[in-house]
Design a protein around this ligand. Structure first.
Ligand code: IMP
Length: 414
């Protein structure tokens, strides 16, 4: 078998949680490979909504093992809260979860630094989720971070105090003076105890061995391609590699093991936080999309900026990820509109319509479609919209999702 990678093709919030949950029964492993609790992957357990931040979205499936891979940054306190929520739904995540010993830990001071850096007026405001992601990756690449495997070492407490004190000093230079109790609060220290009871291992060896034995592995991306630290709209990006290539680094599996790259995009666009968004609707139409689509951050509750689907950006995302399959989500949100717009190119002087953020959008207008009955053929207007996207991307859309529930998805052309 092989490694399949599932990634977001826009600015995150494409509906990855639902789609991973839909596919997970066909995999032995579902593994997160980057990001951390900035992610909010929504799944439904017995019709009840559950938002996962670090636990992979395959957790509902009895035969699927979940892995938090090496390039994830892990907040033990958020993990403890996720465990509680899962247990309240009768799911025992400790039986299914393996965590890489290489995962870097998010300290409470990373969150405080995130807040301080976003509001000090010197650094450009990114609109971060304030979950400590950027500062934790800074420590990783600065080679001073603490990793999940370190919690078992005899000098862990000393190293933790040293790092937190160093952060405390930096916070003072940024104009924030936090007490010792605030920099290492009791509830965070207690959450380390939970972590000590979990399976923390060399997950790259586990996955390599599973791969050799023929296991099917699904790599679950977080955020989206346009937030990639390398290929997103820097500096309005997250601090990890959200693109398909990140899965190999983030799990320790070789590129040759990749079989499919499944890209997920919404039938329109949303973005949380700052940064360019050429097709953004800042008027009533944008508000209407937000309300209809429930476009409020799953992690922060912030209202998402909304706009029409941006094909030049989507084309770039397909190319940079080498997508082999596409899933379009939330087509139902646009149902009932009199018309729908699709940005097919930008008005530029140069021949730059390949890339994002490079001019004024040029739109093609489509008739709106009716609410779709899953058992009936797709409405002609929705089919026309899908066909136009397929033709312009020269790429098949294999699945169309028409609602939040696991079974509200249809397979096409396969
Ligand atoms: P950070 O990763 O929390 O530092 O946030 C950096 C940027 O990425 C901000 O614009 C966030 O709104 C955005 N972002 C981070 N995680 C997500 C996500 O899971 N969905 C959508 N946007 C995200």
């Amino acid at each position: 078998m092989a490694l399949d990678i599932l990634i977001g093709l826009q600015w995150g919030d494409e509906g990855k949680g639902k789609v991973v949950d839909y596919f997970a029964s066909g995999y032995h492993f579902v593994a997160r490979f980057q990001g951390g609790p900035n992610a909010g992957h929504t799944i439904y357990v017995n019709n009840e909504k559950l938002v996962l931040h670090q636990v992979p979205s395959g957790v509902l499936h009895p035969d699927c093992q979940c892995v938090i891979g090496n390039a994830v940054v892990l907040d033990p306190l958020t993990l403890a809260a996720e465990f509680q929520a899962l247990k309240a739904h009768g799911i025992m995540p400790e039986d299914k979860l393996v965590i890489s010993s290489r995962c870097h830990l998010i300290l409470p001071t990373h969150r405080l630094l995130d807040k301080a850096l976003e509001s000090n007026g010197v650094q450009r405001k990114i609109g971060s989720t304030l979950r400590g992601i950027g500062p934790a990756y800074q420590d990783k690449y600065g080679r001073q971070g603490l990793r999940a495997g370190d919690i078992f070492s005899a000098d862990f407490d000393t190293r933790l105090q040293t790092l937190a004190t160093q952060h405390q000093k930096r916070l003072v230079t940024l104009g924030y003076d936090y007490s010792q109790a605030e920099i290492l609060p009791e509830n965070w220290l207690q959450s380390l105890e939970l972590l000590r009871t979990l399976a923390i291992k060399n997950t790259e060896l586990l996955l390599l061995d599973a791969h050799r034995r023929g296991a099917a592995i699904l790599a679950e991306g977080a955020q989206g391609t346009l937030l990639d630290v390398e290929f997103g709209q820097y500096p309005y990006v997250t601090s990890s590699h959200t693109t398909a290539a990140g899965a190999c680094i983030g799990l320790g599996l070789p590129p040759a093991s990749v079989r499919k790259v499944i890209g997920i995009f919404k039938a329109y666009c949303t973005r949380v936080g700052e940064g360019p968004f050429p097709t953004e609707l800042t008027d009533k139409a944008g508000e209407m999309l937000r309300e209809r689509g429930g476009e409020f951050g799953a992690t922060t509750g912030r209202p998402r900026r909304c706009g029409w689907l941006d094909l030049p950006a989507l084309r770039f995302a397909c190319q940079i990820n080498g997508t082999t399959e596409l899933v379009m989500t939330k087509a139902d949100v646009l149902a009932g509109l009199p018309s729908v717009q699709l940005c097919t190119a930008y008005q530029t002087t140069a021949n730059e319509s390949f890339y994002i953020d490079s001019g004024i959008p040029i739109y093609q207008t489509f008739n709106g479609w009716k609410n779709t009955d899953l058992a009936a053929p797709l409405d002609d207007s929705l089919t026309a919209y899908i066909t136009a996207i397929e033709q312009q991307l020269a790429h098949t859309i294999n699945f169309v999702s028409l609602g939040a529930a696991r079974d509200q998805i249809i397979a096409r052309n396969i």
